[in-house]
Design a protein around this ligand. Structure first.
Ligand code: HEC
Length: 219
């Protein structure tokens, strides 16, 4: 059942599908009530493995004698917490968007999105984030950004790398939806994975520049 739920929730994204298949292969039932020693021995082994590799190998889901150990085969923290929330049945796009923001974007743009001198401009209150259409925004994040850019009346000039190879369309859509709807006082419409997918299809070997972005209509 859990497998069906997971497959349903994430079937659109090939990347997750791939990770999921790996998890599925490694999954085995742990009827804890019937085999308490085996289960705890396995947990201990698992804990030891975790300590040795310094990265969690999996987690238990389910209750009582229906516990299943899921090995998600990834050390990626965002992926792990996403898998955990999906497997626990509480898939939540906004929680996932927040998670990606917190783990990745906040490193530079700061947890409250206020930006930091010499590191990254603000996302809270940014006209690039809040523009009525997300056409510029998705391209900034997919393709990266280079050269001077004015954000809230201040010029910033430090490159941001492209994120296209780190995230799939759905992940970019949820993180952008998060920064448009929940970061600071930001209130703008959500971004769909389809918008991201369409922009991804364009060939864009170099990072975006402000001049180039300004040619894209956002109304
Ligand atoms: C390593 C630091 C770093 C990380 C991580 C980072 N950015 Fe950026 N970002 C920058 C910098 C630097 C600029 C300014 C680029 C320039 O000056 O041309 C920028 C610019 C932007 C802009 C346009 C300007 C603005 O402030 O509105 C957006 C939107 C943006 N980033 C979104 C994101 C999102 C979403 C993430 C997470 C997926 C992210 N960034 C992760 C450094 C970072």
């Amino acid at each position: 059942m859990l497998v069906a739920v997971l497959a349903l929730q994430i079937r659109q994204t090939r990347w997750f599908q791939m990770k999921f298949n790996r998890a599925k292969e490694a999954r085995h039932l742990q009827p804890e009530a019937a085999q308490p020693e085996a289960a705890s021995a396995n947990a201990a082994t698992n804990a030891a493995t975790n300590a040795a590799t310094n990265a969690a190998q999996g987690f238990y889901i389910g209750k009582d004698n229906e516990k299943v150990f899921v090995n998600y085969g990834t050390a990626d923290a965002v992926m792990q917490s996403f898998m955990r929330s999906v497997m626990a049945g509480n898939y939540d796009a906004s929680a996932k968007g927040r998670e990606i923001f917190k783990k990745i974007c906040a490193t530079c743009h700061q947890p409250d999105g206020s930006g930091k001198d010499g590191i990254a401009p603000p996302l809270a209150g940014s006209e690039w984030v809040l523009a009525p259409s997300g056409e510029r925004l998705v391209r900034i994040v997919l393709n990266g950004l280079n050269g001077p850019i004015t954000v809230r009346g201040r010029v910033w000039n430090q490159p941001m790398l492209a994120w296209r190879n780190n995230f799939d369309d759905e992940q970019i859509a949820v993180v952008l939806t998060f920064i448009r709807t929940q970061l600071g006082d930001n209130k703008a419409g959500s971004i769909s994975p389809e918008t991201v997918a369409a922009a991804r299809k364009e060939t864009h070997p170099n990072p975006e520049t402000e001049a180039e972005l300004l040619r894209i209509p956002v109304h």
